[in-house]
Ligand binder design. Structure first.
Ligand SMILES: C[S@@+](CC[C@H](N)C(=O)[O-])C[C@H]1O[C@@H](n2cnc3c(N)ncnc32)[C@H](O)[C@@H]1O
Length: 336
């Protein structure tokens, strides 16, 4: 197999020191990639031509991805085997079309099916906004949270506290609750909250297994800071723009610095903050610098990336970029 891109897994940007001919220090900065670990119910089969071909459980999905600038590797026939294909109808959305003879789960007015991941079960529901209720690139962050929980358990803290802001359909929250975290999940959308509760129930979690709150994330975080609450892990996956249930405006450019500062204020002495964003125009270096303002702690920043299932052993591994991410840690294993 040919060599793929250099991966600096779980490590921050590195400076390679040396000097140029004129004695000027050379310090090229390499990107870090937070690679998604393999998932049992999901695979990225191919990408290219501004699309991606994915398997969610028994169903093959084909949907646009503007990052996929390159050529697909699989044949047109392999792409035509997709059970559901997203057809864009406007800037804001579109519809899903099932192929003739599509998998049973993909048929009908509003297809929905369950997939199993680790100890959890998630409902996949293709939406008119192209997303399906699960962001597989977040698997790298789920793994980081699991590693942190194991650290706490080894240190005798059996029920650390996790706050998931902008928690969407609750994949991270459900996995964490199943693993023993005391979870507080916040999202402004009633649909996302209901989906989270459905995912929790499908995963065998009782109604009281985690706090699920429909509220503006910034408002909730500010209140927790005023109350002196503390969390051992804070997940932040904000959109570029969003609204709270009472019309509160979330605008990334205006509020991200305050959000990170507030997350720092509620972070326990041993804790981790994970920030991820998609298509918002800030680079990992910007995040690195933002987290440096929190003071003591270590930040690893880079790209979230989904590895493509290898189609041909002679080809270099390929990764689909899936947003930027920063992990700030203090007092735990990531803090180095
Ligand atoms: C990018 S999604 C999060 C994805 C999720 N973390 C995951 O990986 O599965 C952004 C979420 O933020 C929520 N949201 C938007 N504005 C919000 C606000 N002001 N307060 C809280 N949640 C908000 C949306 O409802 C949506 O569920």
């Amino acid at each position: 197999m040919r060599e793929g891109p250099t991966l600096f897994r779980e490590s921050g940007p590195r400076c390679i020191t040396g000097t140029s001919g004129r004695g000027y220090p050379l310090r090229p900065v390499h990107p870090s990639i937070f690679e998604s670990p393999p998932l049992s119910s999901y695979a990225l089969l191919d990408s290219g031509g501004a699309e991606k071909l994915e398997r969610f459980g028994p169903v093959l999905l084909r949907r646009p991805d503007p990052q996929a600038l390159w050529r697909p590797r699989l044949s047109p026939g392999a792409w035509d085997a997709a059970d559901l294909s997203f057809v864009r109808e406007s800037d804001r959305g579109g519809r899903w079309e099932a192929r003739q003879g599509a998998a049973r789960e993909a048929r009908g007015e509003s297809p929905s099916w369950k997939i199993r991941e680790g100890d959890a079960t998630f409902l996949v529901r293709p939406t008119p906004f192209k997303h399906v209720g699960l962001f597989p690139e977040q698997a790298s962050n789920w793994a980081a949270i699991e590693a942190l929980r194991a650290e706490f358990e080894a240190a005798g803290e059996s029920r650390p506290r996790l706050l998931n802001l902008f928690g969407y359909t609750g994949a991270a929250s459900v996995l964490a609750a199943k693993a023993g975290w005391d979870v507080t999940h916040v999202d402004a959308s009633k649909t996302a909250i209901t989906w989270t509760v459905d995912n929790a129930e499908a995963s065998g979690l009782g109604r009281t297994s985690m706090r699920v709150i429909c509220e503006d994330a910034m408002r909730f975080a500010r209140r927790e800071a005023r109350r002196g609450s503390s969390y051992h892990a804070v997940l932040l996956d904000p959109p570029h723009y969003g609204r709270g249930p009472k019309g509160e405006v979330w605008q990334l450019e205006d509020h991200l610095a305050e959000l990170v500062e507030t997350a720092g204020a509620i972070a326990a002495p041993t804790s981790m903050i994970i920030l991820s964003t998609y298509a918002v125009g800030y680079s990992p270096l910007a995040f690195q610098n933002l987290f440096a303002d929190l003071g003591a702690g270590t930040t690893h920043a880079g790209e979230l990336a989904i590895p493509e299932a290898p189609s041909d052993a002679s080809l270099a591994p390929r990764f689909l970029p899936a947003g930027f991410c920063a992990r700030w840690a203090r007092g735990c294993g990531h803090d180095r």
